[in-house]
Design a binder for this molecule. Sequence first.
Ligand SMILES: Cc1cc2nc3c(=O)[nH]c(=O)nc-3n(C[C@H](O)[C@H](O)[C@H](O)COP(=O)(O)O)c2cc1C
Length: 257
Amino acid sequence: MGNDAKQLAFTVISCKIKMDWDVLAPGFYGTIIRKMHEEFLRFRLEQGLRLHFSKRMKCGIPTLKRSISSEAAYIMLKVRGSCVRGGILMDFFDVITKRFSVRSYKPDMVETEKLEKILEAARQAPTACNLQAFKVLVMKTDGNREALKKVYHREWFLEAPYVLAVCSIPEESWVRADGKSYSDVDAAIVMDHIILAATALGLGTCWIGAFNPQAAREAFRMDEKMQPVALTSLGYANETRANKRRKPVEDLVTFIE
Ligand SMILES: Cc1cc2nc3c(=O)[nH]c(=O)nc-3n(C[C@H](O)[C@H](O)[C@H](O)COP(=O)(O)O)c2cc1C
């Protein structure tokens, strides 16, 4: 195997990323190791390489916790489909169940790469008639605490390094024939994309609807045509998911024959 191939393999399987182990549910370590191993084998096969899966990667959960700091985790960078580049491996349904409203955050900064991915997820959100009549405003908490206190007065809200506001632009959004505007619906979908993308990247969020809209307009310097619909804090969770109470599916779903 040539040096180029070695280098490529090394890049693929061992790029450094920042991961927040604490936010991950039990069982995650086993899953990540298994997925990494699968991807590694597939990659080795495709490339015709004779590489070995590192013993460190195969170690059990406690060893992994000890041997890999939150700053440096082994993760595959690329390799087709099932992995999130530079992020945490979660399939879509894991993301759905792992998401919860985070109301306690660590001071750790959110990496620019992750923020960019989240904003790209917002951009990809569907909107009525594809009018994209929304705006996402991103604010660093640092330096804006006084203004943000007036927007939503909770200690935890100011702990996260970022607050994101999703605004609709009603005059540009689609209106149904009966007069119903879809501006809030569009903004809600955008926020959901943001929240789920953040979850997939190991970040915490909390949808906030009970904010002071006038204070939000001022803090985020919104222009006249924007309507603040939803806010979220964005950062690394400092708590684990509590059990969610959800109605049984029969109460929420009706099949019409
Ligand atoms: C439209 C909407 C508005 C919300 N507003 C707030 C809010 O102002 N403050 C808050 O702490 N949580 C808020 N939440 C979070 C909900 O309380 C939370 O989603 C719900 O209790 C379910 O818990 P989970 O998100 O952990 O699954 C809001 C959620 C939604 C969807």
